[in-house]
Design a protein around this ligand. Structure first.
Ligand SMILES: Nc1nc2c(ncn2[C@@H]2O[C@H](COP(=O)(O)OP(=O)(O)O)[C@@H](O)[C@H]2O)c(=O)[nH]1
Ligand SMILES: [Mg+2]
Length: 461
């Protein structure tokens, strides 16, 4: 490598000398004024090529992007010389770090761009991009949080507006269609849900006569209670039935009542009783006493294997009634019990005992918990204790449960009756003070009544 120095009174002159000596490929390393003259340090093109990396596809072999950064001196004077071999030599020279020194020494004219950029700016770029990325990320997070809070505010506002509009709409209905109000008030007072009440009044035929509207309401309700209208379906056909439900709903009592009916029809030898309540002290004693009175054997099982054996032994019986241990619908054991009854190999038909004094929400929960692969039907118990039975009927209608019997007292076997939809509806509305809700409260009650997809199958025709 051979760096040569050229001195001349003007830059043009100095450059001419460079070209004459080193040829058109010469690379200018520095150009400065020294004692009134111009001094140029230059390198032969071949020497410069030897210094540069030779990868043809290196990004460094691209044309130099900014040749004309010369700050002070009239750039036009030097530019032609510098680009005597337009890009490549300049770029190749830029791969060489050493000549950086002269740059600081004097007025850097066009030589600036051919000096390699020091490492520092690259680091700065990294920092800048990381700072930018940080800023963007934090801006995004802030925007997302703001959006979430805005959305929840919007939702709250929409809810409020819907409630208000529902109230207004309902208040309007009250004035324009008073017969709808009468029906609503009756349904709500009887313990039916606001959603069922709303669904029914929406479908109310065009009549302005309140008595007619009420009659329609009762007919529709009765029609939608899926009751067993002939006991033969159960007692004649026989099979294996398990009474399930939460503690204290009346499973054992109802089992005894059903057992009595079976014995009355077929005699004691056609029936067998099983209790799964083998753990609680004295729990199966109650059923054993009923069994003794009726002359029926009572078998006690503690698990699925036991039940399987018992059912196998009793397969010749016309009817087998299983009294199960009461489990809260909120207990994980419900699922286990349902699985046990479904898994014994024999077709065990589950009958759900529903306490009529429970709320509609509780009863819905009970149905969902005990449903499993499907309930054979239900028995509503404690009708005698319930102030209103609309909630129980609501659940029966909503879940399309097959209603077998209704129990209205503790006496065995008298207080068990075939479910009669018309009688149940009559009982639901009988003797009620329909003024339980005043005109001013109805819009409020109805405002929150959502459309319930479960009610879609209520039949009106
Ligand atoms: N008033 C009334 N009490 C009932 C009825 N059915 C059951 N019971 C009573 O409710 C209590 C619990 O009944 P039981 O059969 O032991 O419930 P289990 O825990 O589900 O087996 C007992 O005192 C029964 O006499 C009913 O229809 N009406
Ligand atoms: Mg019991």
């Amino acid at each position: 490598m051979n760096v040569k120095k050229f001195t001349a009174p003007t830059s043009r002159e100095a450059l001419r000398k460079v070209r004459e000596t080193l040829g058109p490929d010469a690379v200018i390393l520095s150009n400065r004024a020294v004692d009134g003259a111009v001094e140029i340090l230059a390198l032969a093109g071949d020497d410069a090529a030897a210094l540069a990396p030779h990868s043809p596809d290196s990004p460094m072999s691209a044309p130099a992007p900014q040749l004309d950064l010369a700050p002070a001196a009239p750039a036009a004077d030097y530019a032609p010389a510098l680009v005597s071999q337009p890009a490549a030599p300049v770029v190749r020279a830029s791969a060489r770090p050493a000549p950086a020194a002269p740059r600081a020494a004097a007025r850097p004219i066009a030589a600036v761009p051919i000096v390699p950029a020091p490492a520092a700016p690259a680091v700065d770029m990294d920092r800048i991009s990381s700072l930018v990325a940080e800023a963007v990320a934090s801006a995004k997070a802030t925007a997302a949080a703001e959006m979430t809070s805005m959305m929840s505010e919007l939702r709250a506002m929409r809810g409020m507006m819907e409630t208000q509009l529902n109230e207004l709409a309902f208040a309007n209905t009250q004035q324009r269609e008073p017969h709808k109000t009468v029906v609503l008030r009756e349904l709500l007072a009887a313990g039916f849900s606001a959603s069922l009440a709303r669904y029914m009044t929406d479908k109310l035929p065009s009549t302005r006569d309140s008595a007619e509207a009420l009659q329609w309401m009762r007919t529709v309700l009765a029609r939608n209670i899926n009751a067993m209208n002939n006991e033969d379906a159960l007692l004649e056909k026989g099979g294996v039935f398990a009474l399930v439900g939460p503690t204290g709903v009346g499973k054992t009592t109802t089992t005894a009542k059903l057992a009595a009916r079976c014995v009355m029809r077929h005699g004691p030898e056609k029936l067998a009783l099983i209790t799964t309540d083998a753990y609680r002290i004295g729990a199966h004693e109650q059923l054993r006493i009923y069994g003794k009175i009726l002359g029926v054997m009572v078998h006690s099982v503690k698990d699925e294997a036991d039940l399987r054996i018992a059912l196998n032994e009793l397969r010749n019986k016309h009817t087998v009634l299983i009294d199960t241990v009461g489990v809260s619908q909120r207990d994980q054991m419900v699922a286990e019990q349902v699985a046990m009854l479904q898994g014994v190999g024999t077709d065990v038909q589950r009958i759900l005992c529903m306490n009529a004094t429970s709320t509609q929400e509780t009863l819905s929960e009970v149905v969902r918990a005990y449903q499993g692969s499907g309930l054979a039907g239900a028995i509503v118990t404690k009708l005698d204790e319930a102030a209103s039975i609309g909630s129980a009927l609501d659940v029966v209608i909503r879940h399309k449960l097959r209603l077998f019997y209704a129990s209205n007292g503790q006496r065995v076997p008298e207080d068990l009756h075939l479910a009669d939809p018309a009688a149940l509806v009559e009982r639901a509305f009988g003797g009620l003070a329909a003024s339980k809700y005043g005109d001013a409260e109805l819009p409020l009650l109805m405002a929150g009544a959502a459309h319930d997809p479960m009610l879609r199958e209520v039949r009106f025709g």
